[in-house]
Write a protein of this length. Structure first.
Length: 259
């Protein structure tokens, strides 16, 4: 088995494995390779010429107060169904972590799709609360919700998260998120907030981020109306430090998992 970085020539094979593993639409997969793949680093396990496993590392910054660290978010970790149960995921992630550390990454982040995967990643050295969404009912609409551009959202978000260890998103990733959800500046009384959310086909509203906390759900309801909102209960990433972590950085606030 060979472990190596991917290139643009590999996109057809990567697309095949992506569809097999996640079942996403051709449009969504193509959007990733068009908008994010150029800045990402792809890693692959190959059995001869056949792609057996893959993952992508998106460059990110971690921030809290005046401290800024380098990180990578591991995305679309997948193993071909014919190669599962052979430890390829463990070996591929070890290869990716080694390469990312060479590039100066201080930490590696990921968001598992379910609790079973969370337990597996914990055995590989990743720690953090399991990320789940739970329904909450917005019974009233209060305050204001104003649609904003990614650059405006970024500034408001950084203000609200100034003293919280968090992922700082650049323009490219926020524009990618804006292709999935609407971005809002919120206000409840004199307090500012922000949110990223989208109405799903079943009428529920998927909330990718709501700051500073769930108290601002009535303000978001000014945009979508009352009803059922799926809120992230633990908006954190699982994290594996490649260095000695700073004090107080036990949990890294992530919000967007781009899933």
């Amino acid at each position: 088995m060979r472990y190596q970085k991917t290139h643009s020539d590999d996109i057809p094979e990567l697309t095949r494995l992506w569809k097999q593993a996640f079942g996403d639409s051709d449009e969504d997969i193509a959007r990733f390779f068009r908008d994010l793949f150029p800045a990402a680093t792809g890693f692959a396990a190959r059995d001869g010429e056949r792609l057996a496993a893959m993952c992508f590392a998106l460059p990110q910054q971690l921030s809290c107060g005046d401290t800024v660290l380098s990180a990578a978010y591991l995305y679309a970790v997948a193993t071909d169904e014919g190669y599962r149960g052979q430890g390829l995921c463990r070996a591929l992630l070890a290869f990716a972590e080694k390469e990312l550390k060479k590039r100066g990454a201080d930490a590696v982040l990921l968001v598992p799709a379910d609790e079973g995967l969370a337990a597996m990643y914990e055995r590989l050295g990743y720690h953090g609360p399991a990320r789940i969404r739970k329904p909450s009912e917005a019974k009233e609409a209060l305050g204001t919700a104003e649609s904003v551009r990614p650059v405006e959202y970024a500034g408001l978000r950084e203000t609200l998260l100034w003293d919280v260890p968090h992922v700082r998103y650049g323009k490219q990733l926020l524009e990618y998120e804006a292709g999935e959800a609407q971005l809002y500046a919120l206000r409840l009384g004199a307090m500012p907030g922000c949110a990223a959310a989208v109405r799903q086909d079943d009428g529920t509203i998927r909330v990718d981020e709501l700051l500073p906390d769930a108290r601002f759900l009535p303000a978001l309801a000014q945009a979508f109306g009352t009803g059922t909102y799926l809120l992230p209960q633990e908006p954190y990433a699982m994290c594996k430090w490649l260095m000695e972590p700073p004090a107080g950085w036990e949990n890294i606030y992530l919000a967007f998992d781009f899933g």
